[in-house]
Design a protein around this ligand. Structure first.
Ligand code: AMP
Length: 278
């Protein structure tokens, strides 16, 4: 695997890659099987796979975990070599944003609720970094996890509005055996918190039952979920949203295959997210 840390190295390499089907997998590193599933899919569908590792300061709020975000480049490189990634792009902040970053704003409608409202500026940081990566790499396809469902929609919308010729591929959520979605942030959890982290996927399961089988309204469903989660020690709800899966606007009742439940819970001090479209 080639490793590039500067824009110059990356672009001069890319100039020689005519006719390649380039797949890009943007990440913040501290890789796990969730990230690797994107790389594997890209390897199947593309002739050249570029993985970026960049902890993007623009998408962290002032109270968030930018400084302590987990990093382990050597372990990441080993994992990427195993799945035969072709290129790792690992730039510094200076390299990514020389001078003032050219901000790209996220769609206002899609970011009105869920993480968009709880993390002001977060998605503008995401669109800014992803747009910059797209400009540099000019991929044929880019791979994103549905674990970050709102992010996936934000990127799709950005690509459509800027008319970029890039295929945005959403990949399924990879989970631990007990249902907890794999996340770099799971490393923050102690044993007890790790057990309680199951409450995210359990809440999703229950929501699906209440909406589909019991035919409860969205309002009644949310009320039941909140009452239950509030009884779970160590867990605090940041939000529970049940929305139209295509545009993330509020829903009154279950719409088959067009409903998404999005969750963010604090487990101890760690904020975890999960979702399901059904
Ligand atoms: P991150 O490093 O957290 O920014 O994630 C980089 C990419 O990996 C994003 O597209 C995420 O949605 C995706 N990803 C993270 N965790 C998972 C997971 N458990 N399953 C599938 N994709 C994931």
């Amino acid at each position: 695997m080639l490793v590039f840390t500067t824009v110059q190295q990356l672009t001069s390499f890319l100039k020689k890659q005519t006719g390649q089907k380039i797949g890009l997998v943007p990440t913040m590193g501290y890789l796990h099987q969730g990230h690797l599933s994107l790389v594997k899919k890209a390897k199947k569908e593309c002739t050249l796979v570029i993985v970026s590792i960049f902890v993007n300061p623009l998408q962290f709020g002032p109270q968030e975990d930018l400084v302590k975000y987990p990093r382990n480049l050597e372990q990441d490189k080993k994992m990427l070599n195993k799945v035969k990634a072709d290129v790792l792009f690992f730039p510094s902040v200076q390299e990514m944003y020389p001078g003032k970053p050219q901000k790209v704003l996220a769609d206002k409608k899609i970011t009105a609720l869920a993480c968009g409202s709880k993390r002001p500026g977060h998605f503008d940081g995401v669109t800014t970094v992803v747009y910059r990566l797209f400009e540099l790499v000019k991929p044929t396809a880019a791979y994103f996890g549905l674990k970050d469902y709102q992010q996936y929609l934000v990127i799709k919308k950005m690509v459509a509005s800027k008319k970029l010729p890039i295929n945005i591929i959403g990949c399924p959520i990879i989970r631990e055996r007990d249902g907890v979605a794999k996340s770099s942030r799971n490393i923050y959890l102690n044993k007890q918190e790790r057990r309680q982290a199951r409450s995210l996927s359990q809440t999703i399961e229950l929501a699906e039952k209440l909406l589909k089988k019991k035919k409860l309204s969205v309002f009644q469903t949310k009320k039941t979920l909140v009452t239950l989660v509030e009884k779970t020690p160590l867990v605090k709800i940041d939000y529970i949203e049940i929305l139209n899966a295509d545009n993330l606007q509020p829903l009154k009742k279950y719409l088959p295959q067009k409903t998404v439940i999005l969750l963010a819970f604090y487990v101890g001090k760690t904020r975890l997210i999960d979702n399901k479209r059904f």
